[in-house]
Design a protein around this ligand. Structure first.
Ligand code: NAD
Ligand code: TDX
Length: 332
């Protein structure tokens, strides 16, 4: 394997993956990205031009996708509409990109017999109760709650069907909540950090008791690379770093790390259908493929993320006002 086609590589996790691959391996990377509101060319700055190329285009453009898939050794598919709140407001782009876009890529992978890795989320499994001792595993039944997670579940099932019916050489991974640099300010952690920089109080949906299982984006990247190298075709791997924390504790940690009183936040309107808890059992990935996360201390990963936003205001500033205006309109 020499050349990877990375869809959605100008987004949060895809850009961290492109940086990771170009830093840690000798593979070449082509990013295919539509540069929606969530894609930033600046996230790809500094990558070596002899090993990296950005193609601006839509994963639902079958001609373009066919050409690129045919000239690469593997497709790593990150591109998606990714924000739950947006999907509750306007689901259409989620159908177009997450369903039709994934279908378009699968058809190209089928024509060219190209290795395919599909990036998905733990949200396809629905949610767990706070006091439930269990975690999601690869055999947990699908039960998505939001239009976003329903389209991700649909795309996963398309991938599985293309493996079984057409012999597409695909693997899948479902990861928990990522944090790290270059995440859009609409998402929970960057929103609170940039709010504090702007003198706005952090906003907790509802009571803030909801639990997310946090993993650093670099650990997601190392897991995906390991699956692409050694995963078994047709298999699904859950990716998680045992990072369960409730939202209230995350906000308190951000406040403390940024030198504020830990109680200085406000409660805002809850999300419709808000999933209570996600938790990943990643033992299959750890035992079968020998993967382990490197970021095991959430507070130090959070501190480094805060430093990144403090030092990269030019990256996030253009999105901040419009993002907050949209949240105000939605009551969040
Ligand atoms: P993001 O919204 O930051 O980035 C998505 C990228 O896809 C953007 O660069 C956007 O321009 C691009 N894109 C959107 N529609 C496109 C289209 N039609 N054609 C080409 N490019 C298009 O998302 P993210 O948080 O980086 O998530 C990446 C992937 O990881 C998604 O598949 C998401 O479901 C999955 N995932 C995310 C998380 C998380 O915590 N963020 C956790 C698990 C899985
Ligand atoms: O201002 C906020 N206040 C708040 O309390 C925001 C934006 C969010 N929240 C809550 C909602 C969630 O319980 O924080 C939690 C995290 O919210 P998001 O960052 O929107 O993430 P989530 O909905 O958990 O989904 C994320 O993880 C799974 C990604 O956005 C998805 O793409 C991924 O599939």
């Amino acid at each position: 394997m020499r050349r990877l086609l990375v869809t959605g590589g100008a987004g949060f996790i895809g850009s961290n993956f492109a940086h990771y691959v170009l830093r840690e391996t000798d593979l070449d990377v082509t990013v295919l990205d539509k540069l929606t509101y969530a894609g930033h060319e600046a996230s790809l700055a500094g990558l070596p031009p002899e090993r990296f190329e950005l193609v601006v285009g839509d994963i639902a453009d079958s001609e373009l996708v066919d050409k690129l898939t045919g000239s690469h050794d593997a497709v790593i598919h990150f591109a998606a509409e990714s924000h739950n709140d947006n999907s509750l407001h306007d689901p259409r782009p989620f159908i177009d990109t997450n369903i039709i876009g994934t279908f378009t890529l699968l058809e190209a992978a089928r024509r060219h017999d190209t290795r395919f890795h599909h990036i998905s989320t733990d949200e396809v499994y629905g949610d767990l109760e706070l006091d439930d001792p269990s975690k999601f595993t690869e055999s947990t039944p699908y039960n998505p709650s939001s239009p976003y997670s329903a389209t991700k579940a649909g795309s996963d099932l398309l991938v599985r069907a293309w493996v079984r019916s057409f012999g597409v050489q695909a693997t899948l991974s479902n990861c928990s909540n990522n944090y790290g640099p270059r995440q859009h300010v609409e998402k929970f952690i960057p929103r609170q950090i940039t709010n504090l920089i702007d003198g706005i109080k952090p906003k907790l949906y509802g009571e803030g008791l909801n639990v997310r299982d946090w993993i650093h984006a670099d650990d997601h990247s190392s897991a995906v690379l390991r699956i692409v190298e050694a995963g078994e075709v047709g298999e699904t791997y859950l990716i998680g770093a045992d990072g369960e924390v409730d939202n209230k504790t995350v906000v308190e940690s951000i406040l403390r790390l940024m030198g504020h009183d830990a109680g200085d936040y406000e409660h805002v309107k809850d999300r419709a259908g808000h999933d209570m808890r996600y938790a990943i059992d990643s033992s299959k990935l750890r035992t079968e493929l020998g993967w382990a996360p490197s970021f095991t201390d959430f507070d130090s990963g959070l501190a480094a993320t805060i430093d990144w936003y403090a030092s990269n205001e030019a990256w996030w500033r253009p999105q901040k006002a419009a993002t907050e205006a949209k949240y105000t309109e939605l009551g969040h």
